[in-house]
Design a protein around this ligand. Structure first.
Ligand code: GLN
Length: 198
């Protein structure tokens, strides 16, 4: 299967690794630049974007990650991972940086303290007829989608919660904890295409 890394600095990287392995990927955990260099695709998990940001810079991974993204590496980010991929974030902590790549503005913790976690079903035509059961855990919302990015899913009130742009994919919610495998399958398709086409 395709060689897929999961960024394992912090967060629910094990859930992603198990799901990807079940789908036939050759999975490795990525904590160092040498490990990043061996993969054909990368998942950035849910967790805490402020911590992932600090650790990625402390471990010398932030610049290699930015170069890999600019070079077309397929990357899928869930929740904190989506925040890491966003070009612009709102409600960041002081000094917080992102890797960027997705032409979107994302607001952290957008659902507020009253309702930090909820579940809902989303219609996502790109993934087929069955709705996606989406779990939000202090998730971000995509407040605006720039011309380079495409929304894939929105809440009934119109707020965008999944986007893609070329080889990059991001969701505000966590398919890796609900047994929803279609996003990962879709992502593995992107990885396979890129590997085949050079
Ligand atoms: N609130 C977290 C952040 O800002 C994201 C939460 C999650 O990944 N479940 O990074």
């Amino acid at each position: 299967g395709p060689r897929v890394g999961v960024l394992a600095l912090q967060g629910d990287f094990r859930e992603h690794a198990h799901l990807l392995a079940r789908l036939g990927a050759h999975v490795s955990l990525v904590r160092r630049p040498e490990e990043l260099a061996t993969v054909d695709g990368l998942v950035i998990p849910g967790g805490e974007s402020t911590v992932m940001d600090k650790l990625s810079r402390a471990y010398g991974l932030a610049e290699p990650l930015k170069r890999a993204i600019a070079g077309g590496l397929p990357v899928y980010g869930t929740c904190a991972g989506l925040i890491m991929l966003a070009d612009t974030i709102l409600d960041a902590i002081a000094g917080q940086q992102t890797l960027g790549g997705l032409d979107v503005v994302v607001r952290r913790n957008a659902f507020g303290s009253q309702n930090q976690s909820f579940e809902t079903d989303l219609d996502i035509p790109a993934l087929g007829d069955e709705p996606v059961h989406a779990v939000f855990i202090r998730g971000p919302v995509v407040e605006s989608v720039g011309p380079a990015a495409t929304p894939l899913a929105a809440l009934p009130d119109g707020r965008v919660v999944a986007v893609e742009q070329g080889n990059l994919l991001g969701t505000s919610f966590h398919p890796e904890i609900t047994g929803e495998y279609r996003f990962h399958e879709y992502f593995l398709g992107t990885v396979r295409n890129r590997t085949l086409n050079g």
